[in-house]
Design a protein around this ligand. Structure first.
Ligand code: AMP
Ligand code: ZN
Length: 485
């Protein structure tokens, strides 16, 4: 069964056909780096990571772009209020540039902790000012803009289908408008370029043909996606809150400039809620990934929690739910680690799992297939090989998991520590002997990018032996039952 995805533009699940055979251009709106990401933001990135993995499962090469918004995102989506970066700077006393750098690094650390696949590019808005100026210039030349005292605005009344993505009721919006519009002519019009306040200088500002200032938030995504993926690419993603304003505006600008609606598929992740409220960065009080880690919850458990709900339904975060995800993860890891290598994946289970993934990323159903496999009486080596296949999409790093030291026999932990010391001292001969000693106990150790990885080895353990490594006859093979789920 081939991949079908829900497209917000057409409001249908439709077969995914790439614009160029074998290749997919994927653009995901990235973070505004004035504060840490909260776990709600991260839910959207987990959804997008699963999408990317599903595309790769189907054999596509994905060019994946995630932007970093480091200027221009104002406190209000109606182009009012302070720039979030300058506000963050006032809060912490650092420069807006330092804040951007610090929170970009923090965001990318969360990204890696959740095992999200590295994008092909991480373009920053502030590195693409000339591209944004050229884009705005084109819109000015084509007559889609007007000037007010505080900036250059996009005239949405020039487009009869403005807001189609969100099925906006434009007449209703106008009638119901209560906010002051300033010199804006229509409630939906939005800033392309904002002038620096008269008589003062911003930390982030640039010269432009219209006056010194900074770009509006929406133009960066239209300009950077067109530059890196072309003005007509396969899939554009973001959270559901982007449909009505940010993505509608990206489409309006691109339609005016390039004549396309930017992406063939528009996909949106629904919100993570907390006690039935939306979790918002600007709310001040929010949960970070680190908050969870401080409570003994691993990032992988949060990832598993995200997979347990379909991306198009909201997910309510509770303590019970995250603790259940952590214990399910623990059980899964232990079961997996107890299974020997050397098996071949089970075709029937693989086909069922792939079919669920391909049906608009139905991960809750795919997880049900996983649990059914775990509980099945298929040979353990077959279960292991099948789960390895599943984990290419789930991304739970099951093959990389190492039992915490307190869960492995003391002798094994000691040998592993000695081997780490030998590796640190570049004593490769000793490290090899210690690997043999662990193997004799029924444990295989591999050296991965993140260090030593331990798993039960497939064959029967060799006879324990005495040698210079300190392993001795007292060491026995760990019984499988310790690992049973
Ligand atoms: P921001 O850093 O605020 O620009 O948001 C980054 C991403 O997180 C965007 O795709 C938002 O749509 C998304 N997002 C914001 N809040 C939530 C939430 N509570 N649940 C899921 N996604 C969210
Ligand atoms: Zn965007």
């Amino acid at each position: 069964m081939s991949l079908a995805l829900y497209d917000t533009w057409s409001r249908t699940v439709r077969p995914f056909v790439p614009l160029q055979p074998g290749h997919v251009g994927l653009y995901c709106c990235g973070p505004t780096v004035y504060d840490h990401a909260h776990i709600g933001n991260l839910r959207t990135y987990v959804f997008e990571d699963v999408l990317r993995r599903a595309l790769e499962l189907n054999g596509y090469t994905v060019r994946h772009v995630v932007n970093i918004t480091d200027v221009g995102h104002l406190v209000s989506d109606a182009d009012e209020g302070e720039d979030k970066m300058e506000k963050g700077s006032r809060r912490t006393g650092e420069s807006a540039w330092d804040i951007a750098q610090r929170y970009t690094a923090a965001f990318q650390a969360d990204w890696r902790a959740l095992n999200l696949r590295e994008p092909t590019a991480w373009p920053r808005a502030t590195d693409h000012i000339p591209e944004q100026l050229a884009f705005i210039d084109e819109l000015v030349r084509k007559g889609f803009t007007y000037r007010t005292a505080d900036g250059i605005y996009f005239d949405t009344t020039r487009q009869h289908d403005y807001g189609h993505l969100a099925r906006l009721d434009r007449a209703g919006l106008r009638a119901g408008t209560r906010v002051a519009m300033g010199e804006k002519r229509d409630v939906s019009d939005f800033a392309l370029w904002k002038f620096s306040p008269p008589g003062s200088r911003r930390q982030m500002e640039w010269d432009s043909p219209w006056g010194r200032g900074f770009p509006g938030w929406h133009i960066e995504c239209s300009a950077m996606s067109a530059k890196l993926l072309g003005p007509w690419f396969d899939i554009h993603c973001g959270g559901e809150d982007h449909v009505a304003v940010h993505h509608s505006n990206e489409i309006a600008q691109t339609q005016a400039c390039h004549g396309t609606r930017l992406a063939n598929f528009w996909m949106h992740g629904h919100f993570l809620t907390l006690d039935d409220r939306k979790m918002a960065k600007s709310g001040g009080d929010f949960l970070r990934l680190q908050t969870l880690v401080d409570q003994g919850i691993e990032p992988m458990a949060y990832r598993l929690l995200c997979l347990s709900a379909h991306y198009r339904s909201s997910l309510r975060y509770t303590d019970e739910a995250i603790r259940a995800a952590q214990s399910a993860l623990d059980r899964l890891r232990k079961a997996f680690a107890s299974w020997p290598r050397g098996g071949v994946a089970h075709d029937g289970f693989v086909a069922r799992f792939n079919a669920e993934v391909n049906q608009d990323l139905n991960l809750p159903r795919a997880l049900a297939v996983l649990w059914e496999l775990v509980r099945s009486d298929l040979p353990p080596a077959v279960r292991r090989a099948t789960v390895v296949h599943f984990d290419a999409v789930l991304g739970l790093q099951l093959s990389e998991w190492v039992a915490p030291a307190h869960e492995m026999p003391a002798e094994v932990a000691a040998l592993l520590a000695q081997r780490q010391a030998a590796r640190d001292a570049k004593d490769w001969a000793l490290a090899d002997r210690l690997r043999d000693a662990l193997k004799a106990l029924g444990w295989q150790v591999d050296d991965g990018p993140t260090g030593q990885r331990l798993s039960p080895s497939s064959g029967a353990p060799a006879t324990p032996r005495k040698d210079s490594t300190g392993a001795d006859d007292k060491v026995t093979k760990l019984s499988d039952s310790v690992w049973a789920p």
